[in-house]
Design a protein around this ligand. Structure first.
Ligand SMILES: Cc1ncc(COP(=O)(O)O)c(C=O)c1O
Length: 479
């Protein structure tokens, strides 16, 4: 690898401490590399607002590249608002407000990296004031035992609130004794796997594709995940009978990541299979509160409560930072679940549970969801509209639901290239491949989380995505 750095160049006003490293051994375009380096330098403040950029000729000669490469890179950054150019005068770096303001998409600055998928709720819309009010009320008048070790099953008030809420909103048939509070669905799934394993289970069917983490959690609990294909009607239930599995993990309301909804026929088949005692269903109901085109379909659990473990979460409705989720399970599984929870982390933190209980009981959750649905729906509609205009070669898939969109790319597209180039344009999109059991044969697709897409920035963001797809197609060597 050979690198060049630009500088000192003080006469040009180009700060001596800005390093542009070019890797000529990479087949990736030099222009993309220059653009990326300058964009990052501006974002990180290494090229401060108001500083003058070196003339393109000077920079090109220092980097030993053609001047036109630098001119194109500057043009692109001017179009994105990072640089300002006036005819006959220097090019300079724009004020930080313009570049550090709302990011066009869900750029991660929170340290979670890429472990978790797209589709986070809008952090700016978290109901801070209400949450704080209920939290303070809990602290001012804590129930007996609030500061002792919590019940592994969860706080009684939250289990009561959830049993009622789930019955009303999701047609779940349960009681507080059958609800177990956990650290999100992720922990809940691990608990269910361990409880089933104690009872002799060895294999769990999973949708293919499904959230990659779920396959890992199942394996970590000592069970084998068995991938079953998903099509536009959800999981292919006809394959289940032959799969010889003990349980099926399924997201019937909104399969992840494709967004498919389980068809009515398949719901019936699945319930018959479970009710006949063939398998236990684990229903992942992670984002069912957000359905934009019709009333959400009730949970499968309500059709066969003794054979379905229902799993819900606050991660989409409020925030994944709360780490609050819940299981509504058949009574016969509760002791094993409670034991698994105790051995995992003793119990879930109490104050957040008590706050959520009040939040549900006093109607704050319902009004938050009423506020968020139209907002998310509008963002989704705008996204689909912008995609049709700027990225016509890609196809959105799935129901009008949830907080993410699954976008099928043309077969010729290389998913990782599109993701990489899109990120260089400041767009955080996620490649879908890792969610497939065999990523190497996955059709090219990306996930776009739209809940925190600023509507004003959306147009620009999707234009950039269209350019990214074209650019990636022109550079078949990136990967
Ligand atoms: C399919 C699926 N299930 C469940 C969850 C929620 O997980 P948790 O409740 O652990 O935050 C997510 C989050 O992205 C998800 O994509």
């Amino acid at each position: 690898m050979q690198t060049n750095s630009a500088g000192p160049g003080g006469e040009d006003g180009f700060p001596a401490d800005i390093l542009i490293a070019l890797d000529r051994s990479k087949s990736r375009g030099l222009r993309v590399q220059v653009e990326h380096a300058l964009r990052e330098a501006i974002r990180l403040g290494r090229l401060p607002s108001g500083s003058t950029m070196p003339p393109s000729r000077t920079l090109a000669s220092e980097l030993r590249i053609s001047r036109s490469v630098v001119v194109e890179a500057y043009d692109q950054l001017v179009a994105e608002g990072y640089l300002v150019a006036r005819q006959g005068s220097a090019t300079w770096v724009c004020g930080p407000r313009q570049v550090d303001g709302p990011r066009p998409t869900s750029v991660r600055r929170d340290g979670t990296g890429d472990a978790f998928p797209s589709g986070l709720p809008d952090p700016a819309s978290f109901p801070k004031r209400d949450w704080l009010r209920h939290y303070q009320a809990v602290l001012s008048d804590p129930p007996a035992g609030a500061f002792g070790y919590p019940d592994p099953r969860g706080a009684a008030s939250l289990r009561c609130a959830l049993a009622q809420y789930l019955g009303r909103v999701r047609a779940v048939r349960t009681t507080p004794e059958q609800v177990l509070v956990c650290g999100g669905i992720s922990q809940g799934l691990g608990l269910v796997c361990r409880a089933l394993r104690r009872r002799g289970a060895t294999r769990i069917a999973v949708e293919d594709p499904c959230l990659w983490l779920h396959r890992r959690l199942i394996s970590a609990a000592g069970l084998e995940p068995v991938p079953i294909p998903v099509d536009d009607d959800g999981i292919d239930v006809s394959r289940l009978a032959r799969a010889s599995v003990d349980a099926v993990l399924v997201a019937p309301a909104h399969s992840f990541p494709t967004g498919a909804v389980l068809s009515p026929d398949r719901r019936v088949t699945l319930i018959k299979l479970a009710s006949a005692g063939g398998v236990i269903l684990i229903e992942d109901d992670y984002d069912a509160e957000f359905r934009y085109d019709r009333t959400p379909i009730g949970a499968l659990q309500g059709l066969s409560p003794d054979h379905v473990v229902y799993a819900g979460t606050a991660s989409k409705m409020l925030s994944p930072a709360l780490r609050l989720g819940w299981l509504a399970a058949p009574l016969w599984l509760m002791d094993d679940l409670q034991r698994a929870k105790l051995l995992d982390d003793v119990a879930t933190e109490t104050l957040g549970q008590l706050t959520l209980a009040r939040f549900i009981e006093r109607g704050a959750l319902a009004s938050h969801l009423r506020r968020m649905r139209p907002r998310y729906r509008r963002r989704r509609d705008r996204l689909i509209d912008a995609l049709a205009r700027h990225v016509p070669q890609a196809t959105p898939a799935g129901a009008a639901a949830g907080l993410h969109l699954y976008l099928r790319l043309p077969h010729s597209a290389v998913e990782s290239d599109v993701v990489e180039v899109a990120r260089e344009h400041g767009l955080h999109v996620e490649g879908a491949a890792r969610h497939w059991a065999t990523p190497t044969t996955a059709p090219p697709a990306i996930l776009i989380g739209y809940a925190n897409l600023e509507e004003d920035a959306l147009e620009q963001a999707i234009q950039a995505l269209g350019r990214a797809i074209e650019e990636a197609a022109r550079q078949p060597g990136i990967h």
